[in-house]
Design a protein around this ligand. Structure first.
Ligand code: GSH
Length: 226
């Protein structure tokens, strides 16, 4: 049965699902759904009108965490969730942390203001961006640096959905022009580089970068405010 992924590649939640599908070597078609400007009938796919949503034949699944869990159950190889209960719980916690704590502080502020607002014909708010960069984001980076604890990957040093969820948000910061401070967060800095270099991710990021460059040039988006 063919898989259809609804969304756009620059969403960190869509990226999560695409990386999982690339890791599992799954083929899918992408149906463009632009957030905040969804077609009327998209409500029949996702009642919240958010992306991503996945269609697998007659089945429709919403929310990146639910979609990734579904894909893992249906296509267990290679595993992206640890088998051991305590490791699995920690992995799900870090995914949840990325989706519900890191995302609001980072993607929903910095990327949304700096990159998305101009595409909606609105001015970016530099105060929201500065507040995020200087006050909201650093405590999350501090916490994640301790959780990584000099390992290559967050949970048991095995690549998992925790790495995918966290790095997917950091990629959006990178697209906005935010540079992770290597001195302050050396583990996270190299984690992000390691993530971006994976075959499953690098192939996606090449296309994403072209989109970001196009948006920046079309809407004359410069450097981030400090
Ligand atoms: N928890 C959801 C978050 C999805 C989400 O917030 N997606 C954003 C785009 S990055 C969206 O569709 N926003 C439109 C809206 O909230 O109306 C998930 O993991 O899928």
């Amino acid at each position: 049965m063919s898989l259809i992924l609804h969304g756009v590649p620059l969403s960190p939640f869509v990226r999560k699902v695409r990386v999982v599908m690339a890791e599992k070597n799954l083929r899918y078609d992408m149906q463009t759904v632009v957030p905040y400007a969804t077609r009327e009938d998209y409500v029949n796919i996702n009642p919240l009108r958010r992306i991503p949503a996945l269609q697998d034949g007659d089945i429709i699944i919403c929310d990146s965490a639910v979609i990734c869990d579904y894909l893992e159950t249906d296509h267990p190889q290679p595993p992206l969730y640890p088998a051991q209960p305590a490791d699995r719980a920690r992995c799900l916690w870090l995914e949840k942390y990325a989706d519900y704590e890191l995302a609001p502080a980072s993607t929903f502020r910095v990327f949304f203001q700096h990159i998305v607002q101009p595409t909606l014909g609105k001015q970016a708010d530099p105060d929201i961006i500065s507040d995020a960069i200087n006050n909201r984001i650093p405590p999350h980076m501090d916490y994640l640096e301790t959780q990584l604890a000099a390992q290559q990957w967050f949970v048991n040093n095995q690549f998992s959905i925790a790495d995918i969820a966290i790095a997917s948000q950091l990629v959006n910061l990178q697209h906005a022009g935010y540079q992770l401070d290597q001195q302050r967060w050396p583990g996270l800095h190299s984690h992000l580089q390691r993530f971006c270099a994976r075959t499953s991710v690098a192939s996606l990021l090449a296309g994403e970068q072209q989109m970001v460059d196009k948006i920046k040039s079309r809407f004359e988006i410069g450097a981030l405010p400090g």
